[in-house]
Ligand binder design. Structure first.
Ligand code: ADP
Ligand code: MG
Length: 238
């Protein structure tokens, strides 16, 4: 399961409301992309879902359960950060195992999950290296591995590829799409890159100033953009 529902969710920082009342359903198994210009609230929305920021009003439900007041660790979601946040002194294996060790999972189960993640991500050859000995793409895979072993009901990505060069970005896009196909887990993916949104998404959520301008498949948005903002942003022929 991995259905996420936002009901009349708002977010203010001080006096400034960056998310006016917003309703959104992210369906189980869907690859959902939040796209929009810098500062439109993509990261804030993802952090509200993750529980890294408190919502100002409204409700968040995860798999039908009210998660509004749950701490991040209790939401069953896993966030993948663009800065990787890997521990430089630990091997790849230990970096991936770390959240499970913190949760005091037994070692046999940890080994099983780490090996399975390394397999899925083609990390087996690097498992004993330290992050400093890896390329940017390999580091990004380790960060994803650390999310996979928690077996989350959804993955949350905040511009995970923005630190990578253009060629690697194309490759990692395909890898993340392949991972979604393999796992079938809900993925919520934030980007300001229209091409990334159009090529990766099952469903795109177009945001402007904290407001959802349109939700639809890439083809729906391309063929029938609801307004000139969506058309301009997606590059539709209208
Ligand atoms: P995006 O990820 O789409 O670039 P953000 O979600 O980071 O946008 O930011 C949305 C708006 O909220 C921006 O105007 C930003 O300045 C503001 N904002 C984000 N985080 C904070 C914060 N911790 N304190 C005050 N304002 C914030
Ligand atoms: Mg952002």
């Amino acid at each position: 399961m991995g259905q996420i529902e936002l009901k009349q969710v708002t977010k203010s920082f001080g006096d400034v409301q960056v998310i006016p009342p917003l309703d959104l359903t992210i369906h189980d198994g869907e690859f959902t992309v939040f796209v929009g210009p810098s500062g439109c609230g993509k990261s804030t929305l993802l952090r509200l879902i993750a529980g890294l920021e408190d919502i100002t009003s409204g409700h968040i439900e995860i798999d039908g359960i009210d998660a509004t007041d749950l701490v991040p660790a209790k939401r069953g979601l896993a966030m993948v950060f663009q800065s990787y946040a890997l521990y430089p002194h630990m091997s790849v294996r230990n970096n991936i195992a770390f959240p499970l060790k913190m949760a005091k999972m037994d070692n046999a189960e940890i080994d099983k999950r780490v090996n399975a993640a390394a397999d899925v991500l083609n990390l087996a050859d690097y498992i004993d290296r330290r992050p400093g000995q890896l390329s940017g793409g390999q580091r990004q895979r380790v960060a994803i591995g650390r999310a996979i072993v928690r077996e989350p009901s959804a993955f949350l990505f905040d511009e995970p590829l923005s630190n990578l060069d253009a060629a690697l970005r194309v490759g990692m896009r395909m890898e993340i799409s392949e991972l979604h196909a393999k796992l079938g887990t809900t993925m919520v993916y934030v980007t300001h890159d229209q091409v990334e949104a159009m090529t990766m998404a099952d469903k795109i959520v177009v945001l402007q100033a904290g407001v959802i301008e349109q939700v639809g498949s890439p083809l729906e948005l391309y063929r029938a953009p609801r307004n000139t903002f969506v058309a301009g942003f997606i590059g539709s022929p209208k």
